[in-house]
Design a protein. Structure first.
Length: 485
């Protein structure tokens, strides 16, 4: 009941603020996915092409999670989701896990930026044919045809969906909501979004927290194979140094390398249980599918604890454990057309095919993901690299930089690179933590402390040392106790 009263109070407050503005965002009670309380939602209409008034318009969807305290601060906490391609309003579970402390005294604002979530999403219809039953070549052909069809059928002008333009929408929305000063939080690709926003609207930004960083120097697809290789090597090293894991999976790294090297080009036909229905289905497992699954699992130490067991089972052509782990990763809610538009314009345009081929030699994944995305970009409408990428992006705004030392895509050295753009910053590295630190251990408390003061004085991050890697699964019965315990 208290929360509903706070929502009503916030709605009244925002209504009063908006009365003095031509731009208004009516807010109504609503629910967002994976968030238990009722919140406030609204939409804001913008021109698709901001340089051409009276053209096609799109509606940007907004959710406001009111501060719990009646004595709340006026500057909200604004989330930039990852991907690129994820709508921020889908981050309800993440917010509940990581930002309850922040939400005590500050509103949390979730905006599905243009092309993502429910804001005129650049949705691509997946092929009707089941790619899991095809060999790699046939599956790739079907996927590429889907990209062509999507590009031809979209009503949108995809050139209008780059991050700099989306940030203009977000700025207008925050102003319309009455927020003169804001605190930014970016996760994964959202760290790039926050970096650009802080440079586009420096006068509005009070603090920035970036979690799993993608500075401009991190051309993410180019370095993906190298960074994923370091993470899986660390996993196998930790397994070899764990008595139980080493005994259960002797010389796993060597044996699995041999397995991948001898993987049949036509794939491996097998039977697995559908993770949703439990029904047995016939599939054709390709090497690319195995590599893609491992890449996804590496994001989370909770899932990677099961990976040595899954790898051992795969040596006997049993892919059921791998499929089971992957189903636990859930759906990140990416919108493929938005992912392609931003990655093709803002990442793949910044390196050459020769550089890509050279980097593909850096690890087990062999550039599989990068190659697939590169080929997709050749089929997607050409979108120019935003001009902001040619500018010097340095801001003195206080910035908390978070890195997980097991992160396979934005490992800690990228956090050091981000400090170039935010010299007034503190970089915290969480041990035994994967991609996105905020929900891990005491990180949520450190974020709340930083956002409260926008200063680093007194922040003691030693509590992060209490985070331990989850113990390994040695069989299907579950994890075991630590050998040292």
């Amino acid at each position: 009941m208290r929360y509903l009263v706070l929502i009503a109070t916030l709605a009244l407050h925002l209504g009063i603020v908006k009365a003095a503005s031509d731009d208004k965002i009516p807010l109504d009670f609503c629910h967002i996915d994976n968030f238990s309380e009722e919140v406030l939602c609204g939409s804001y209409t913008v021109e698709e092409n901001r340089q051409q008034p009276n053209g096609r318009t799109i509606d940007i969807q907004v959710a406001v999670l009111p501060a719990v305290s009646e004595a709340k601060e006026s500057d909200p906490f604004v989330l930039f989701a990852g991907g690129p391609g994820q709508g921020a309003r889908a981050m309800g579970r993440f917010v509940q896990a990581a930002f309850r402390g922040v939400n005590e005294t500050r509103d949390i604002v979730l905006i599905d930026q243009r092309g993502m979530g429910d804001s005129a999403p650049l949705t691509c219809e997946m092929p009707e044919a089941d790619l899991s039953t095809m060999d790699s070549e046939a599956a790739n052909e079907a996927y590429q045809q889907m990209i062509k069809d999507c590009a031809n059928n979209l009503e949108a002008d995809v050139a209008q969906y780059t991050q700099d333009i989306a940030n203009q929408d977000i700025h207008d929305i925050l102003v319309a909501l009455g927020y003169d000063t804001v605190n930014l939080y970016g996760a994964s690709w959202g760290t790039r979004s926050a970096l650009l926003y802080a440079n586009q609207y420096p006068e509005q930004v009070r603090s920035v927290t970036v979690d799993g960083t993608a500075p401009l120097s991190n051309k993410v697809p180019l370095y993906f194979t190298r960074d994923a290789e370091a993470t899986i090597k660390r996993l196998l090293k930790d397994c070899a140094e764990d008595a139980g894991c080493a005994e259960a999976f002797t010389d796993l790294d060597q044996r699995f390398d041999e397995f991948l090297n001898n993987f049949p080009a036509e794939g491996i036909a097998t039977t697995i249980a559908d993770p949703n229905t439990g029904k047995l289905i016939e599939v054709n497992v390709s090497k690319d599918a195995v590599l893609g699954a491992i890449r996804t699992i590496l994001y989370s130490p909770v899932m990677t604890r099961m990976l040595p067991l899954a790898m051992e089972k795969m040596l006997a052509n049993d892919f059921r454990p791998l499929a089971g782990i992957l189903s636990g990763a859930g759906d990140a809610g990416m919108t493929l057309g938005a992912t392609l538009t931003i990655l093709c314009a803002e990442e793949f345009s910044r390196f050459t095919e020769a550089e890509m081929a050279e980097r593909a030699q850096d690890g087990f994944e062999a550039g599989t993901f990068t190659k697939m995305m590169y080929e997709s970009c050749q089929l997607w409408p050409n979108v120019s690299l935003p001009e902001i990428y040619a500018q010097t992006l340095v801001q003195q705004v206080p910035t908390l930089i978070l890195s997980g030392d097991l992160d396979p895509v934005t490992p800690p050295y990228w956090g050091e690179e981000m400090k170039v753009h935010f010299p007034n910053s503190m970089h915290l590295i969480a041990p035994n933590t994967g991609h996105n630190v905020a929900p891990a251990g005491c990180a949520k408390d450190l974020i709340a402390e930083f956002v409260t003061t926008a200063k680093f004085d007194g922040i003691d991050a030693s509590c992060l040392d209490d985070i331990q890697r989850p113990t390994f699964f040695l069989n299907s019965s579950g994890p075991v106790g630590r050998a040292s315990e």
